[in-house]
Design a protein around this ligand. Structure first.
Ligand SMILES: Cc1cc2nc3c(=O)[nH]c(=O)nc-3n(C[C@H](O)[C@H](O)[C@H](O)COP(=O)(O)OP(=O)(O)OC[C@H]3O[C@@H](n4cnc5c(N)ncnc54)[C@H](O)[C@@H]3O)c2cc1C
Length: 487
């Protein structure tokens, strides 16, 4: 609940009728020529005017309720409207350690709750959050303060994405000593090795990493836990282990021709196109070579990112091929509109059933089948059902597969008593973050499956709270091992 809202004497009707203030996005013809951030955002005056539209809803405030981390949006908007940008950034940072990241990349769950949305346009909370967080980070106002008195407890965090960073920050603030192990050369998880720079510049993440380092968090990169160092080794050296290992194994389609040249997996494509060479391991530094016609298979944020990347790499025709309709499409609606603005076509109710190659083994076409929607599946979305006899051939030069992710089953396989589900997800109570192995906690995409930055942050906060309780000697309810799998 907001601390101040409800006490404020404001003319809500007048505020609601104020026209929405647009933030600045670079012109299409300019932004598609590079990988720099597409959104320039607000300046001081426009930020204040946009925040002034907030009608400071009485409890329950829908924006606050919709944010998985519980950001006190009305309070932050009030401070922005008063010109207190640093105060506002601190309000966002009180519940989310990554306000400048979420401000740029969150699908704006809070905005979907804004009561102004229906008639007047919801407030651009995300872009306001990024605006104030950038100022505050620059001014050092979001520096992380670790207490002088240390607890003497040591925690190993595996994975440096949003979940790992959140746990590290929460625990270092409690006086514990935190070391983060990361497989990639640079910390940041998908924020660096996934989300393209035109949505989230790498420097934004690196500034956060510097603040964590300044607070005493130690980073050990280029180290994949489970190989030379196991979780058992970590448990001997540390008082607790947190697994924030994400869901980074890409799903495959299992259809003929998938291994042809010119067919890329989304992450490999995105990182080689976007991540500066010096941040990539040797062997993955070559830019992807693409043809004139690119097809991206999938429908979520990753597919949209791959399509926008293809436009920036110079493709003339970029098409997203999605097997359901727009109504079932996951991901950020605004980003989808932006990708169309940048020249991407979206074909709904279609799916490739075969990739066809030329004599050199290079993809040259896809055999596509049309779909219709059937009954809802376990996700609640209507299932795509192939229409018999509707197949047709579509010529293409490059294909990018962006059809989903699973956690790496590797850690589960290498660690005794660490329960995993059949897709490699780690068994842990999402409210507690405790795994089936005493002393080992987990949260983020590796527990709830591929989702969002803010959901990883929210579940990591809960895990950190319970790690702290465990380190103080409180009893933790460890997760039950899953029943044995049927062969
Ligand atoms: C292309 C793409 C675009 C996306 N766009 C958005 C978006 O716009 N908005 C949004 O909210 N969400 C987006 N998401 C989802 C979001 O990025 C994830 O939900 C979020 O990063 C999950 O955080 P995490 O900390 O659980 O995992 P991750 O960010 O995946 O971090 C896990 C880290 O653990 C490391 N790791 C794994 N195993 C080991 C090991 N054994 N040893 C050492 N290190 C290990 C990995 O290398 C990785 O760095 C996107 C995802 C992708 C792939």
């Amino acid at each position: 609940m907001s601390s101040e809202t409800g006490l404020r004497d404001i003319d809500r009707k007048a505020r609601a009728r104020q026209p929405a203030v647009k933030y600045v996005r670079r012109p299409v013809e300019e932004r598609i020529l590079d990988f720099e951030e597409a959104v320039l955002g607000f300046d001081e005056e426009t930020a204040k005017s946009e925040a002034l539209r907030c009608i400071q809803c009485p409890d329950p405030q829908p924006c606050l309720l919709r944010c998985p981390a519980g950001n006190d949006v009305p309070e932050a908007l009030w401070l922005i409207s008063q010109g207190d940008f640093i105060g506002a950034a601190k309000v966002f940072a009180a519940t989310s350690p990554l306000p400048e990241v979420c401000g740029r990349a969150c699908p704006n769950l809070c905005q979907d709750g804004c009561v102004l949305g229906r008639y007047y346009g919801s407030i651009s909370v995300g872009k306001l959050e990024a605006f104030v967080a950038d100022i505050a980070r620059r001014e050092g106002a979001l520096a992380i303060t670790a207490p002088n008195e240390k607890s003497g407890k040591r925690i190993a965090v595996v994975g440096s994405g949003p979940a790992g960073m959140t746990v590290a920050e929460d625990l270092v603030k409690k006086g514990h000593q935190v070391t983060i192990y990361e497989a990639w050369p640079i910390p940041g998880g998908v924020l660096v090795y996934g989300i393209p720079s035109f949505k989230l510049d790498k420097y934004v993440v690196q500034n956060k990493i510097h603040d964590l380092e300044a607070a005493g968090v130690k980073f050990i990169t280029n180290t994949r836990i489970g190989e030379n160092i196991t979780i058992d080794d970590l448990l001997k050296e540390y008082d607790a282990v947190f697994l924030g290992t994400g869901a980074n194994v890409e799903a495959t389609m299992n259809i003929p021709g998938e291994k042809l040249d010119g067919i890329f997996q989304s992450t490999d494509y995105l990182i080689r196109a976007n991540v500066p060479t010096e941040m990539l391991p040797p062997g993955r530094r070559e830019k992807p070579v693409i043809g004139r016609r690119v097809a991206v298979i999938g429908g979520g944020d990753t597919a949209v990112d791959c399509a926008r990347t293809s436009i920036r790499l110079g493709a003339e025709e970029v098409t997203i091929v999605y097997r359901r309709t727009e109504a079932e499409m996951p991901g950020n609606k605004v980003e989808r509109r932006v990708c169309i603005e940048e020249g991407v076509n979206i074909k709904y109710l279609q799916a490739p059933v075969e990739f066809i190659g030329d004599e050199k083994g290079q993809v040259k076409a896809m055999n596509i089948i049309k779909m219709q929607l059937g009954e809802p599946d376990s996700s609640g979305r209507r299932r795509p059902v192939p229409i018999e006899g509707s197949e047709f051939v579509q010529e293409v030069d490059t294909v990018i597969l962006a059809i989903g992710y699973w956690p790496d089953p590797f850690l589960g396989e290498k660690t005794e008593n660490l329960g995993t589900h059949k897709w490699g997800l780690i068994v842990a109570d999402e409210e507690v973050g405790a795994s089936t192995r005493e002393g080992v906690f987990a949260a983020g995409d590796n527990v709830h499956g591929p989702d969002l930055i803010i959901t990883a942050v929210a579940s990591a906060h809960r895990a950190a709270e319970n790690i702290h309780a465990y380190l103080k000697g409180e009893t933790i309810k460890w997760a039950e091992p899953p029943p044995p799998r049927r062969k």
